[in-house]
Design a protein. Structure first.
Length: 152
């Protein structure tokens, strides 16, 4: 009888472990009722942007989970980006946003990321935006004055 109870308790522990969901990255159990991001898009391409013209894109999502989704922070990779996001909890089935504004000050191609931090089943999510800033026309400046000391 003692052996039977030992085997039964071992099987109970193994069965409970088999049914638990585990996050393979952190080895933590995943809450089946956790909020879940469902993004409309995770990468946005602005294409060609005139230099000096800031551009803004709103990444939208739906909470496909079973509990309210709360965004705690959005980290950016440089000072060239300004972010904004839904500050109130997003209820299951409702939509929210994360907005990124790029200042387009430097000419050339760019590929940037922002990291959304939340209470979702995947707590950190990277969103990407890219494009090419095209150099503007050089403006004519004030004509240079001739001087006795400057070469002709």
């Amino acid at each position: 009888m003692k052996r039977f109870l030992s085997v039964l308790s071992l099987l109970t522990v193994l069965a409970a472990g088999a049914f638990a969901q585990v996050n393979l990255v952190t080895d933590e159990e995943v809450d089946p009722d956790a909020p879940v991001f469902e993004w409309v898009e995770e990468v946005h391409n602005w294409g060609d942007i005139p230099q000096g013209t800031p551009v803004t894109h709103k990444f939208t999502f739906t909470n496909a989970g079973k509990s309210p989704l709360i965004i705690s922070n959005v980290q950016k990779t440089c000072g060239c980006t300004v972010t904004n996001w839904t500050k109130e909890p997003v209820l299951p089935g409702e939509t929210g946003f994360v907005e990124a504004q790029y200042n387009a000050a430097r000419a050339g191609a760019f590929n940037k990321a922002i990291t959304v931090q939340s209470n979702a089943s995947t707590p950190n999510k990277k969103l990407y935006f890219k494009g090419t800033v095209t150099a503007g026309e050089k403006e004519e400046g004030v004509p240079e004055k001739k001087s006795l000391f400057s070469p002709n």
